[in-house]
Ligand binder design. Structure first.
Ligand code: HPA
Length: 258
């Protein structure tokens, strides 16, 4: 484990299909309760390939909390309070554009937020000043590049860019909604990318996501959109993500990220 106090402190928020990190040597669990409430489940602190990491299952475990009811603020605040400086979100998504076929990993560089009614900011105005974060680039570029480098080094096929549409869920989309997202320039669609990214930015945590395309988005594929048709591909992609993390974490520890 790195003894360097300036080394990045890494957190991972796993989504559907990522309930634990294989090979994580568990050190302890943190309840993580904070002024925004309880995180989705206690955060696991462990060591993976010599790198300390904090892991949280976004949907709780066993999987239970739907995307619109996740307490994103409590999750991010719990990570912040533990000293996390670099946070990797993992999301299952549907593929919209031609390159985003099921089985593909994507490291998005942009997003469009279609969610509504979620607690999407820490700013309740009590500060006396208004907070308008710069969200031009919603993901941390250095962290994105580290993910892409690790995928390349591990020989894992991936898309190094993409626009992530974040919908409210929990239902999947209509075909017309997907056509609209495509017209808006979106490449993949998921339900949990926001407000996680914006909350991390408000806290000054460097944040990026790895998206696993588990189905063709509504109206674009031949298969029915059921949990069963997504399950196999999700399991295969989750194994690839775990391999990617095994490569990425030690690299982050030694990379001297800003
Ligand atoms: N749409 C929204 N969220 C998703 C999808 C989808 O097609 N697949 C996995 N998560």
């Amino acid at each position: 484990m790195s003894a360097d106090a300036t080394a990045p402190c890494i957190g991972i928020i796993g989504g559907t299909g990522i309930h634990q990190i294989e090979g994580l040597e568990l050190l302890r669990e943190h309840a993580g309760e904070n002024s925004y409430g309880a995180p989705s489940r206690p955060l696991q602190e462990g060591v993976l390939n010599g790198q300390r990491v904090f892991f949280l299952q976004r949907h709780g475990s066993p999987r239970a909390i739907p995307p619109h009811l996740i307490n994103y603020r409590a999750n991010i605040e719990a990570m912040r309070a533990l000293g996390v400086t670099h946070l990797i979100g993992i999301n299952a998504v549907g593929g919209i554009s031609a390159d985003m076929q099921p089985g593909r990993l994507v490291v998005p560089d942009q997003l469009v937020d279609y969610t509504w009614g979620r607690e999407h900011t820490f700013d309740d105005g009590s500060n006396g000043t208004l907070q308008h974060i710069d969200f031009t680039q919603p993901y941390d570029q250095a962290l994105r590049l580290a993910i892409i480098d690790s995928a390349e080094a591990a020989g894992i096929p991936h898309e190094p860019c993409g626009v992530h549409a974040v919908t409210q869920g929990p239902r999947l989309e209509t075909a017309a909604e997907v056509r609209r997202f495509a017209g808006d320039g979106c490449d993949v669609v998921g339900m949990t990318g926001m407000p996680e990214a914006a909350l991390a930015r408000e806290c000054g945590i460097a944040y990026a996501t790895i998206c696993m395309v588990v189905n063709a988005a509504a109206g674009l594929g031949d298969l029915p959109l059921t949990q069963d048709t997504m399950r196999d591909i999700l399991q295969r992609e989750a194994a690839v993500v775990r391999r990617l993390l095994g490569r990425l974490l030690p690299q982050l520890a030694s990379a001297g990220l800003e």
